[in-house]
Write a protein that binds this ligand. Structure first.
Ligand SMILES: [Zn+2]
Length: 169
């Protein structure tokens, strides 16, 4: 693959449905290519993300469960306006979503029962189903107006601003 093709492909790393082999391939390229690391670090969050996180952080603990490694996650966090109470990465747990171990680790770190956790995600196979299997409450983030997943939903939202309005403050 030439360099321009790689630059297109690294954007897939945000896709939670990416298969493990492909993810490893992209991560390996990122390790060796400073240029691609820089373009990844320049990604901006959707405009609804920071205002919603700030509102949510006043009332709730916030955590991220991520299949990308610690270093890359750190770069993305520089664009977010809040501190998270827990960051759980596949690199630390040595298990990638949808492995339940990474979700169990999140519960341990948050020190609360699954029924008190709202898992917000868009990927059915890698996020919504395994989180539901551990009895997390599920909010389906559906920016692309996809059909709903086959798991019981607490809510479906089109952006994070809707999330911060779901419960009375
Ligand atoms: Zn590259």
């Amino acid at each position: 693959m030439n360099h321009e093709e790689w630059k297109e492909k690294i954007f897939l790393i945000g896709d939670t449905e990416l298969d493990a082999a492909e993810r490893r391939e992209i991560e390996n390229h990122l390790k060796s290519c400073g240029d691609c690391r820089e373009s990844l670090a320049r990604w901006e969050p959707f405009p609804d993300v920071n205002p919603a996180l700030i509102r949510l952080s006043r009332r709730y603990k916030l955590a991220i469960i991520s299949n990308i490694d610690r270093h890359l996650l750190g770069r993305s966090l520089q664009r977010l306006a809040v501190r998270f109470d827990a960051l759980i990465t596949a690199e630390d747990v040595r298990a990638y979503k949808p492995n339940p171990e990474i979700f169990r680790q999140a519960l341990t770190r948050l020190a609360c029962p699954a029924q008190e956790v709202i898992h917000v995600a868009f990927g059915p196979e890698y996020d919504l189903q395994p989180a539901h299997a551990l009895e997390f409450r599920i909010v389906f983030l559906n920016r692309q107006k996809l059909p709903p997943p086959e798991v019981p939903l607490e809510a479906e939202i089109a952006d994070l601003e809707e999330l911060s309005s779901l419960w009375k403050e």
